[in-house]
Design a protein around this ligand. Sequence first.
Ligand code: NAP
Length: 545
Amino acid sequence: MSAVMEAVAKDRQAGLDYDAIVIGAGMSGLYQLIKLRQLGMKARVFEAGTGVGGTWYWNRYPGCRFDSESYSYGYSFDKDLLKEWHWTEHFAPQPETERYLNLVADKYDLRRDIQFQARVKAAQWDEKSRSWTVALEDGSTHKTRFLITAIGALSAPTMPQFPGIADFKGQSFHTGLWPKEKVDFTGKRVAVIGTGASGVQTIQEVAKTAKELVVFQRTPNWCAPLHNGKISAEEMAEIRTRYDQIFKRCEETFSCFLHTPDPRNTFDVSAEEREAFLEKLYSEKGFGIWVGNFKDLLTNRAANDEVSRFIANKIRQRVKNPKVAEMLIPKNHGFGTRRVPLETFYFEVYNQPNVKLVDSKATPIERITPTGIKTSDTEFEFDIIVYATGFDALRGAFDRIEFEGANGVTLKQLWQDGATSLVGMLQTGMPNMFMLLGPHTALGNIPRSIEFNVEWVSELLRYVQAKRITRVEPSQEALEKWMDHVMELAKGLLSMEVDSWMTGVNLNVSGKQKRIVARYTGSAPAYRAWANDMAAAGYAGITLD
Ligand code: NAP
């Protein structure tokens, strides 16, 4: 028997139900389950939904799709799957991604180890048995040596605190909790509250059929064209020949996208050259205009002003009513300092006679009425209200679960002054717990980050199993060193001067009104190097017992 299998057999004798429990069956959870099986570990996944997919299961709102190129988004670990799968659009719509993740679940027969409709309520560490007891909402408990959270970074939807929400007699939906049944907007009076990436995608789609669409915008965002298009069989065949190059490129770029900052500074080039470069970026697919722009876009205020001016003019050209165009141009933050929603004729929507834009800062929503929305100056009537009001990002999904770690100290207590981590995956005081996409991990093109996180955690598990280690906990010193690094990286970034989920602000959640360093803002290669160096040094900074 191999050392790994021996260790696993020993754990089973110790009365554990599982070697590892994974919370969540999204992209992280599915891949983690595959890896745990490869390690010979007995694993269970608890998933709150009725199907796999995570983000791509819950966010089925109209128009939901990738902003990363499809072929840079799928799993890279399975070469056969890459040969077999055909992405039909450069930026695939949600139903296609959900189908893709279901195919992965089928191919690896994952569902037999996933319990659906199983929302985890709490998890408690027991020092004596060196195990976690995971409690589900149905009252059942499950004991495991290792606990892996695969609960997503943008997965805890938040609702506004308007009075009267429950009294509305029509239909209402949050984009992040969209029903499986088709919602028909044809001939309906529809409100969309929120103009982040979810709102923008929803608005574009709803405007096509609604009788009347009123958009309630509190803060305009800098949006740029997606330039989506179909992928033919021939093109897909050609893309397949380039998969190795595509994933290599993603591994090298700043945030794992196909795009990466241009090596020049904004004012290194003449005004004509600059204009031509921005025009080129504006006409190209995907995030190039944001993450492939001049390298000082997000650190030099004058450079940022220059690009903002360029985008503002584009909005003015595309929106016929100058007053509406001005309403759609952000005034309190520069281009790219919040997540840039990518769009398809979003601005042109406001030229349609059935669409109205309301400035929710000038005329705030006062309440939801049984028949619609009352602002400070108007009472609107609606059949459907869409809440595109975002998520309690990054740590919200953790806050919904009561994690109690070593010495009875909870994760909420450990994070009372802000979430911390070691390389986004470990937390002192939470032994044997690994976070996939935890606070301060590298985000960017998410599946690339997920694959790295899952593989890093899996290698650590292989190491500890082989060495018969039953307790894994990062030292406070290593955690603090990492957090100092994270804080240092954020200095001087223009995005740190702006409220958004990226700076930990959510006005709908109490205690989350102040800006913090909520993200890792360095490059993905630098992030991976830090984590890999720790591993290469025998998991330096982690106490293995
Ligand atoms: P979001 O960016 O946080 O946007 C929420 C919107 O709701 C904002 O416009 C916000 O206004 C508004 N809002 C919230 N509470 C409100 C209130 N009480 N009254 C009026 N307006 C209110 O959330 P999101 O659009 O769901 O996007 C979150 C993130 O998910 C994105 O940034 C992106 O990373 C990811 N996402 C990705 C895709 C994709 O890849 N294609 C699609 C969708 C989402 P304020 O700005 O004034 O707060």
